[in-house]
Every structure is written in C-alpha cells, then in structure tokens.
Design a protein around this ligand. Structure first.
Ligand SMILES: [Zn+2]
Length: 285
C-alpha cells in the first residue's frame, strides 16, 4: 500500500492543536478532501509555517502513519493575500471554503470544484470587483456544478421554454413559466427580474474565466444575493453562519449587502455582461 502522496491543494481548515501542531483539511486539485496533520507547523522556524496556513495553495508531500496523513513537506504557491487582509473578503472566502467542503464531502471528487474556488479567490482579491456578488456567484455555480443544477430554461411544471418572464421555485429548483396553473403548483415561487434570470443563466453557462464578468443594478443585485443564499442553503440543508457574521460587520460598519450598486465601485471591463441595468421596470413585484 502506498503510504506517500504528493498533491496540490488548498488549506480550507487549519486548527491549532497542542503546543505547535496544526490539523488541516486540504481540498486537492482533484476535488478530494484530505485530513492531514502538520507537526510543529506553528513554530516560527518551521518550514511548514506559511504553506499550511488557512487558504494557502501549496504542493504537499504527505505520508501516512497509523492511518493518519501527516505533512512531510509543503511549498506554498499562492497565499491570496488580498483576500486574507480584508475582513469582508476574508469572511466571504471562509463562506466559500465552507460550501466547498460540504460539496466535496457530499459528492464524488471533481476537479471542477477546486478550479471554481480558485477562480473565485482570485476574483475576490480584485479591488475593482464587488466581493459579495463574486462570492454568491461562485457559491451558486459550485453548488449547481455539484449535482444541484437548477433548470433555468424550461418550466419546472409544464416543461415549456421560459423566456424573460419567469418565476423561480426553490422547491423545484427550477424556473416557472407565466401560466397561473404552473405557479399555483409551486406556491413558494418568487418573480424573477429579467436581469436576474439573465444573470443566473450567465453564471451557469459562462466559462470559468468569464464567470464574474457581469454587472447588476442595485435591486437585481439584492435579489440575486437573496436567491443565491437561499438556493445554496436549501441544497446543503443548513445555514452558513459566516453570512450572518458578514451582515453584522456590515451593519456595524455602515456597509450594505449587496453593495449599493454592484458595479458602481469599480471600472467595467469590455466583456462584462450587463444584467438588468437597462430593464429595471419589472412590474411583477
Ligand atoms: Zn409552466
């Protein structure tokens, strides 16, 4: 039996244990979660001190002792410093880490999950992007790609193609068409602004590189955050306390969630998709 393992992975959990050790949860580039022990990693002269910190992307050399993985060597590739030095971005990154861990535990390992998470962490570090929108877009896409993909093109009741006028049923994880009979069948449906439907379709269909290249008007951004939060929490069947923590930070500091204008605080890029900024007059609410 092979007792040694070399993997590239992201440290999603790092607990201090004993005098100087760390207990790690690593999401590998293949989408597998590994529990590993880093002996003496908190000592100031340890060669593992930076490479085993939370949110370090590192190349690990691991070995198994009595069925438990320990870190022999690790070389840090990326520290995501722009994320870890800002409390809002750090909290959102922690939220994404929690979602990724839950998905990795629930599903068959898939390299798409760590790839999406790394793209999100890079985007979260960009000061010209709204971190709240990025985090919720990433959580929505990661959840959708892990066996929970919502139907956004066809009505979840009658199967007809849904155009711009739509409702969203969390119970069915699907859009509903405008027919009263379909909406009656799913009492808990909520109207979808055309811009929000466009945004959701972009998040599911975009390449990983262009996933975060979209802009939202203020009301659409607010609805998007609420829908994405509920979608993820209902699929994972629990609440994420990091988001509550974030709201308390923001109310204490006078911020808003989402930002007053999801695009106003940054420079737009030429390829940014504009979701709902022209058509703000949805009469369904
Ligand atoms: Zn229908």
């Amino acid at each position: 039996m092979d007792t040694q393992l070399s993997v590239r992975g992201l440290v999603l959990k790092c607990l201090s244990v004993g005098e100087a050790d760390r207990s790690l949860v690593i999401l590998t580039s293949e989408g597998q979660l590994l529990d590993a022990w880093a002996r003496g990693a908190r000592r100031s002269r340890s060669r593992l001190i930076s490479s085993t910190q939370w949110l370090s992307l590192s190349d690990f050399h691991l070995y198994a002792v009595n069925g438990r993985l320990s870190v022999d060597q690790a070389e840090r590739i990326e520290a995501f410093q722009a994320v870890t030095t800002d409390v809002e971005r750090l909290t959102l990154a922690a939220y994404l880490g929690d979602v990724a861990m839950d998905l990795a535990r629930a599903e068959i390992p898939d390299p798409v999950l760590p790839r999406l998470l790394l793209h999100a962490l890079v985007a979260l570090g960009r000061l010209d992007r709204d971190p709240v929108i990025i985090a919720h877009a990433a959580a929505f896409r990661m959840t959708a790609c892990s066996g929970f993909c919502p139907s956004l093109d066809r009505c979840g009741v009658c199967g007809d193609i849904v155009d711009s006028q739509a409702w969203f049923s969390h119970g069915r994880a699907a859009v509903l068409c405008g027919k009263a009979s379909c909406r009656r069948d799913a009492a808990a449906s909520e109207p979808l602004h055309p811009g929000l439907l466009q945004c959701l379709r972009h998040i599911l269909g975009a390449t990983e590189e262009s996933l975060f290249s979209f802009r939202l008007s203020e009301p659409v951004a607010r609805d998007f955050v609420a829908l994405a939060t509920r979608f993820v929490e209902e699929r994972m069947e629990h609440r994420y306390e990091r988001l509550s923590l974030l709201e308390s930070f923001q109310s204490f500091g006078g911020g808003a969630s989402p930002r007053k204008d999801a695009s106003a605080s940054r420079t737009s890029e030429p390829d940014d998709r504009d979701c709902g900024r022209q058509s703000s007059g949805n009469s369904d609410r």
